[in-house]
Ligand binder design. Sequence first.
Ligand code: NAP
Ligand code: COA
Length: 277
Amino acid sequence: MQQQFDFSGKVVFIAGGTSGINLGVAHGFAQAGAAVAVMSRSQDKVDAALAALKAHGGEVFGVAADVRDYAGTEAAFKAAQAALGKFDVLISGAAGNFPAPALGMSANAFKSVIDIDLLGTYHVLRAAFPLLKKPGASIVNISAPQAFIPMEFQMHVCAAKAGVDMCTRVAAMEWGAAGVRVNSVTPGPIEGTEGMKRLAPDQATRQLVTDSVPLGHFGTPDDIAQACLWLSSPLARYVTGVVLPVDGGWSLGGVSSSGAGMKQAFASGGKSATAKP
Ligand code: NAP
Ligand code: COA
C-alpha cells in the first residue's frame, strides 16, 4: 500500500476488524502508525488478525465479542481503552450477509442480519462514544450499496444497511457539537472477500458484477482503507454525515446487473453454500 497518512500516536478501534475489508482497513491504519484494536466473535480470528497486524510494528489489541450483545460490546471497548487509551478513530464494520429471497428465509434469518448490521452498529456507536477522544474523533461505518439501491435477494441487508446510513446521519447531527465526525463508506464489489464469495460465488456471476462496474474491475480492501484514512484525517475535518461510495462507480448504474447476479448466486450455490436449511 502507498502510505500518505500519518496516524502516529492515534488509537483506532475496528469492530469486525478480523477479516476481509475491515482487516484491510486495520492494516491501513497500522501501517500509518496507529495503535489498532480489533474485535469480532471468533477468538481464533482475533488472534490471527493480531499476529498479522503486529508486522507493522505498532501496538495492537484484540478482543472477542459479539456486537449483538451490548454488555459484551461495552466490555470490549473498555478493555481496549484500558490497553491503548481513548479512541481517535472508530470503524464499525461487523456484518452478516447471504443471498436469499424474502420468502426463502425464516423470520429469524431476517432478524439475524438486522441484529448484526443495524443493532450491532448502534451498540458499537453507543458503547464507543464515551471512550472517544473529543473533540476530533472520527467514526466511519462500513455500509453497502444495498443501503440505497434495492437488490433482489437482499431485503434483509438493504433494510439493515439503510438503517446504518441513517445512524450515520443522525449521529453526525447529534455529535457534531462534541467535535465527533461520523461518515459511512459503501464499498463496491471487493476482491477476495467473504461478501463477494457469498454474492458472486462463480465465474459467471463475477463477470455479471464486473461488467456492471464502470471502472471494469473489483476493488481491494486497500481501496476502502484509503477512504477511511482520508475521512479520519485532518484533510476531511469539515466532512461529516456523508455516505461515500468507494465502488468504481458501481452504484451509478443502480448496480444494474446485481439482480441477475443475485438470482444466479442463489440458484448456483449461494443458498446451499451458506444456508442452514
Ligand atoms: P467478512 O470478512 O465476513 O467481515 C465481517 C467481519 O465482521 C469479520 O471480522 C467477522 O468476524 C465480523 N463479525 C461478523 N458478525 C459479527 C458479530 N455478530 N459480532 C462481531 N463481529 C462480527 O466480510 P467482508 O465481505 O469483508 O465485509 C466487511 C464489511 O464490508 C461488511 O460491513 C460488509 O457489509 C461490507 N461490504 C462488503 C462488500 C464486499 O464486496 N465484500 C461490499 C459492500 C459492503 P467473526 O466471524 O469472527 O465475528
Ligand atoms: N439462506 C437462508 N437462511 C439462512 C441462510 C441462507 N443462506 N444462512 C443462514 N440462514 C438462517 C439460518 O437458517 C437461521 O435461521 P433459523 O434459525 O430460522 O434456521 C438464521 O439465518 C441465523 O443463522 P445462524 O447460522 O444461526 O446465525 P449466526 O448468528 O451463527 O450467523 C449469519 C449469522 C447467518 C449472518 C452468518 O452467515 C454469519 O455469521 N455471517 C458473518 C460473515 C458474513 O456474512 N460475511 C459477509 C459480510 S458482507
